[in-house]
Write a protein that binds this ligand. Sequence first.
Ligand code: FEO
Length: 385
Amino acid sequence: MRKIEVKKGIYWVGTIDWNLRYFHGYLTQKGTTYNAYLIIDEKITLVDTTKTWMADEMLKRISAIIDPAKIDYIVANHVEMDHSGGLVKMLEVAPNAKIVTCEKGRAGIERHFKKNWPYHIVKSGDVLNLGKRNLNFVLTPMVHWPDNMVAYMPEEKLLFSNDGFGQHIATIERFDDEYALGTIIEEAKKYYANIVLPYGIQVNAEIKAVSTLDIEMICPSHGIIWRSHVKEIIDKYQEWAGNKTKKKVIIVYDTMWNSTSKMADAIAEGFDEKEFEVKKCFLQSDHISDIMTDVIDAEYICLGTPILNRNILPNMSAFVTYLKGLEPKGRKYFVFGSYGWAPAGIDELAENIKKLGEVRGVYKMNYIPDESELVELKAKIKELI
Ligand code: FEO
């Protein structure tokens, strides 16, 4: 197997999940990687592992470099199974290895695996000497689980950032100067929107902690390694965590007999005439995780659905459930839809959305809106934005 050296004596030994298309609700059109890194020093150290069923691929990469039995430390920066699933295999082949993690990491690993493994517990500020190089740990709770931490190697100016700064891209290219930068940034934005968005405060704390570090390379646990565009991705994280929106609206809707679709068109025209960037997202063809990427910088979110058996359509229910979990802060909403017998479901949707942000207007139209009603709708929208 080809050895992939990211810095002298530090190897990428992760796995490539070419076929992954679903990651707890997130559509991963480009697949992903689970990045693990092998540090050859006086203490041989593996940083993170992979999914349980992909551990053999990781082991093959490690075995091409050293005898895995020589591993002294396995750093578990995060318990989620895409990074810790390989622990079982690794502790079998490296029985002398200690798991380096924080207290919450140990608790999580014990609950997941029910094994009596040896640990080296670290907290923020702790340093682990590997010989010529050191790992400095910073706990970064909630980016993305309570146990998350990152490890910084000052001698190489290298940050093992775990979920932070990652992207879901399956590729044999490993570095940001080997792959289309626009695509990497877009995938990093989608990753942020779908994984990290609720934890903006914690991301800001992480950025503050790492801003004091001299970083030449960021090795995340998914996707491409940052070495030529480190500043760009840190700036982007600052922007996203800062919850900065622009003059942009996303109109997320489903339709039954095209009436709600007509309302969506009228609303889009209203925003367009007020010189907003307008994006229409049709729930029958746009995936909720792709829509979330557009939520990141949208000032307004409009939600449109007709009523079916007194309820909103299932596609809208799914989107709202997903949106509420990711809880974007400070967005403004309009809710709209067509109904036949009773409009109550649209009001219920508006009430539900009030828990997320300000609802500027609720518009309901019986059966098919006529031209004058659509003109009036557009005018109301223009008045309120
Ligand atoms: Fe990539 Fe939260 O695990």
